[in-house]
Ligand binder design. Structure first.
Ligand SMILES: [Zn+2]
Length: 142
């Protein structure tokens, strides 16, 4: 699975996640899907109702209004994202246990090193596969 995100959206997400340190930040991703490629068009910033440094729970009400917003914009829910303040950019044991949707992309931003690391994963029956995440710049296209 190729998954593309504009660097401006990515920068925003990374800045938001840093603002929320030491807690994990989280949200949803929406966009389009064509020929097995995903294009992230919008990132939703949701409250981590656990306010924890090592796990997250999305606010169910905010989740519903985000889904409504996606529908109104004609976007597809593509999965979710969260940050790992102090661990690598890969799903934790808990993340894998809670990854029920094999169609979703699970994106994880690690802030443990100076340079943030962002990866996207597919999780199916406890098996984790890294997706081909590409952070793109307008300049390549115009
Ligand atoms: Zn996690």
């Amino acid at each position: 699975m190729i998954i593309r995100i504009d660097y401006k959206l990515y920068d925003e997400l990374a800045a938001y996640a840093r603002e929320h340190l030491p807690e994990e930040a989280c949200g949803l991703i929406a966009g389009t899907e064509e020929d097995g490629e995903r294009f992230i068009k919008k990132i939703y910033y949701l409250e981590n109702i656990d306010h924890a440094t090592d796990h997250f729970t999305l606010d169910p009400k905010e989740q519903m209004s985000a889904i409504k917003d996606m529908r109104s914009l004609g976007l597809k829910p593509l999965g979710n994202w969260h940050s790992h303040p102090e661990s690598p950019s890969r799903p934790s044991v808990e993340d894998i246990k809670l990854a029920f949707d094999s169609k979703a992309s699970y994106m994880i931003l690690s802030l443990m090193a100076k340079e943030a690391v962002f990866n996207s994963f597919h999780v199916e029956k406890g098996e984790v596969t890294k997706e081909d995440l590409r952070i793109i710049s307008d300049e390549y296209y115009y």
